[in-house]
Every structure is written in C-alpha cells, then in structure tokens.
Design a protein around this ligand. Structure first.
Ligand code: 6GU
Length: 229
C-alpha cells in the first residue's frame, strides 16, 4: 500500500511513523508513506496557501490551486483508489472503515487547516471524507496519522501472529478481555486461576465471557443494546 499525505506541516508526521509497528511496516516494504508539503505547490510571491473567506466571515480558507496541482501531479503518476479529506464533518472512522481501506492500493490523504478548504476541492477531487471523532482538532494531521495507523496495521504481514489483528478489540465486535503476565501473584493480587490451568478450552470460554461482560458494561451499543444503563 502507498499513502500520499498532503499537508502544510509535514514535520508533524516525524513522530507517529518513525516508531513501532508502522515503522516496521515501512521498512519491510509493506507500506509506503510519502509526505507532500502543499506550500511547495504555491505559485504566488509569498507562497500563500490560504486566503480570506468569500462573503465576509472570519478566518482563512485553503486555496484550490496548490492542492489541485499537487493532486494532479500525483494522479498523473499512478491511479488512486480514494482521495480522502480528513474533516470533523466526514464519515466516522471505525474498524469496518479501516478494514475496507486496508484492502486498497494507493490512497491520498488531504489534511485541512484554518476554516477549511475551498469547497471546489471537495467537489472535484475528494472521494471520501473521514472524521476520527466528535471533537475538533487544530488540523487534519493527527487525524491522518490515526487513520494511517488503523489501516497499515491491518495489511497482511505487518503484524506477527502474537499481535494478530484478529484478536483486536472491535475486530469481532467485542472489546478485549483483561490480560495478565507474570508473576501469578503480586503482593496478593492474583491472576484468575483459570488462566493458569492450561485448559485451553476453558480459557477461550473465559476470555469470551469477559469480553462480553466488558462490552455490555462499557459499550452496550456494540451488542445492539441501549447505551443508557
Ligand atoms: Cl479528521 N480533522 C479535524 N481538524 N478535527 C477532527 C477530525 C478531523 N476528526 C475529529 N476531529
């Protein structure tokens, strides 16, 4: 998979993609992340990428031309499956959407700033708008990093057997059960007996019941039950 990220703050991606699972996916050649500074496509004297809102309301809007030129260039080099705009008014990210996007080959992520982007970019280029939750971030960069992480870890070969995405919370529609490691007794705080029993069948059943219990307590909506309790 190849992800091209269009941003005015490429440095914001130094952290999230240079550690851990995403770093390994990139070094194994399973994912490529290419950052593009939208300002490099500005053609005016001051390299502006934003301008005042038509109609007089306060704030700045990202201009069409630099973003359009950047996307046009990328599209002339290869086909893209989706051009995604990260925005609080987009479709809510969930595991189902991450699964769907992990099957794609080439994606463009566009990170917005200020009051937003000129609507004509959305009309003529954007094929999918994604939000990561009902709160406002200063820009789309952190949302793009979250989206990229949720997708890349699902690419076959990225996770090892032990960290398999199959046992993730949400992958089976349930939250994960509690987990423990050694020692079996820490100052009298004991690991549940069943986990030490070696009885594989009983352990699988116990984990399932704990998943169900935790989901019912914390996220009943995932079980199709009422959220108020
Ligand atoms: Cl995708 N962008 C911004 N700026 N804020 C958000 C968001 C995205 N998702 C939730 N809040």
């Amino acid at each position: 998979m190849r992800i091209d990220i269009l941003t005015i703050f490429p440095e914001m991606f130094q952290g999230p993609f240079t550690e851990s699972i995403i770093k390994r996916a990139v070094s194994k050649g399973l994912a490529e992340i290419h950052l593009h500074n939208i300002r490099d496509y500005a053609t005016n004297k001051h390299r502006n990428v934003d301008d005042y809102v038509y109609g007089g309301s306060a704030g700045m809007v990202m201009m069409v031309q630099p973003i359009a030129d950047c996307i046009d260039k990328l599209k002339s080099e290869r086909d893209y499956d989706e051009v995604i705009f990260l925005t609080p008014d987009g479709e809510m990210l969930n595991q189902h959407l991450a699964n769907r996007l992990s099957l794609k080959g080439n994606l463009i992520f566009l990170c917005g700033h200020y009051k937003g982007i000129d609507e004509r970019i959305r009309e003529h280029y954007i094929t999918l708008e994604v939000s990561i939750g009902d709160y406002v971030l200063s820009g789309g960069e952190l949302a793009a990093a979250v989206l990229a992480d949720s997708i890349i870890r699902l690419i076959p070969g990225v996770l090892s057997d032990e960290t398999s995405a199959l046992s993730d919370s949400f992958q089976d529609g349930l939250l994960s059960p509690p987990v423990y490691t050694r020692p079996a007794d820490y100052k009298g705080w004991k690991v549940p007996e069943v986990l030490l029993s070696g009885n594989e069948k009983e352990i699988v059943h116990w984990n399932y019941l704990k998943s169900l219990e935790r989901t019912r307590q914390r996220r009943p909506g995932l079980l199709g039950e009422s959220e108020d309790h």
